[in-house]
Structure formats: structure tokens, C-alpha cells
Write a protein that binds this ligand. Sequence first.
Ligand SMILES: [Zn+2]
Length: 300
Amino acid sequence: MVQREQMSLLEFNQRFPSQKECIEHLFNLRWPNGFVCPRCNSPKYGFHSGRFLYQCKDCRYQASLTAGSVMHKTRTPLMVWFWTIFMVACDKRGHSALSISKELKISYWIAWTLLQKIRRAMAGQDRRYKLKGIVELDDAYWGDKDKVKKRGRGTTKSKVLVAVSTDAKKEHAGFVKMEVVKILNQDTVSKFVRENIEPGSKIQTDDLNIYKSLSDLGVQHEQYPIVSGEKPLPWVHIIISNAKIFCLGTYHRFGRKHLQAYLTEFCYRFNRRFWEDQLFDRLLAACTNCESTTYAELTQ
Ligand SMILES: [Zn+2]
């Protein structure tokens, strides 16, 4: 596969030199066929730039440009949003709030908030898809060593369920899902499987008790004994160690409360690793996703 490169800074700047181009772009994403009043079908409208509102000239119906998006009711300029999304899309290692606040000359708190909202959009996008086919499933642990020495599933570290789809020969990984869970037991594993893996898939795990009841969920289940030296679940372990490298440093700084947000970002990037050149457009589309738009939001 020939991989095209992500836009350069210069190209990005030429594409979105001012707020006007950002508004035009969001308008085209929201109304690709132009604005027509949903109440009276009139094509005549005015625009209130301060609140990003389009108003029908015939019946005065108002529609918000940003409703249903992460940018709704934002006080941060759209250009700052676009630049932040671009920087996140460009940097494989993930951009920190500190570097974004320095590069865009915004406060650390605003940069941090923008990043959290962008990660929420990433999570929303990945929730639309479930893993299917052959899926390796395992648990992993994040954080400092336990004060009282406990090993494996008895640890007080953050517990994460990790699933990755693979081909039959285990040559390639497909897509990945990760979720922080409070406790590891059959209930939390079942919930994770129901929410993230298609019925009919073949799930492969080790032989621990927490995975025992999976075949009740309409999936095939293969359990492998944990034997040192053998690696029946190669991909899930590669993914876990890559995710740990991605989160390195950030976990210590922000603690377990935000671990899910970083894992979400890791999964979002991994799942789109063959479309890096499109990552800005995809991420912007995820951030403007209008699915959750309510009537109340549209008419505000
Ligand atoms: Zn109207």
C-alpha cells in the first residue's frame, strides 16, 4: 500500500488561513447540499457569526453550525480547534496539552480541555464498530507497583481489558479495543465482550476463570493454558506493550482517572494506521459528528 503523507503545516495553513475557511468547512460537512430550512424548506438564510447560527429568512428558524459537535458553545476560536485537531492528527506519539498550549499560545487548561474533548470524539467514533472474526482477548495492568506485593489478577493497579482482531494465520492485526475496568471478573468480561465483539466471533483467551462463561454470549471460545514460552495470543501482547509505550509518562502525570482517555487515543490511532494521510479529515469529522444532535441543541 502506498502511503500518502499527512498535510504539511504550510498546506494546512493555506487550507485554513482564517476563521472564515473553518466556518465554510464546517458548513460543508454539515450541509453538503447547502442550507435549506428544515421547517419551511426555504433556501434563504442569514448567518450570525458570533454564535455560529444560520437563520431562515422566511420563518426565522435557527440552526447551529456547531450543535452536536465538540465545538458547540465553545469560546475557543475555531482556528485553535482546527489547529489542535491537526496537531493531534499529525503526531503519532500523541500531542501533550503542554506542547499544544505552548505552540498555540493558549492556556494549559484550555489545551487540556480541547484534548479531552477530542478524545471523547475518538471514543464515540470507535464505539460504532465492533470487532469480529478471530479476536484475542486478555487483561493488562497499568500503574505503579503494589505497596503490598500482589501479583497478577489480585493487583491494585489499573485493570484493562484488551481485544484485538487478527487473521487466521496471525500475520496481521486488525482492530483493537481497550477498556479500563474497576474489577476483573466474569461480569465485567461479559459486558466488555457484549459491547465490543460481534456475536459469532471466535474469541481466544488464556484459561483463567474470568473467561469461563464466554460461550454463553453467542461467540465461539478457545482457551489456551498459560504456559511459559508459548505464545498462543501474540497480537494482544504486542498491542499491550505498544500501548504502554504510548502512555509512558502521561499515566504518572494524570493518574488512573484519565487512563481510559489515553487508551482511547491509542486505539483510535491504531485502528486508522493505514489512513494516516486522512487522519485530520477523519478526526475533524468525528469531532463534528452530528448523530447526538438533539432538537433542543439545533434550535438554541
Ligand atoms: Zn424556514
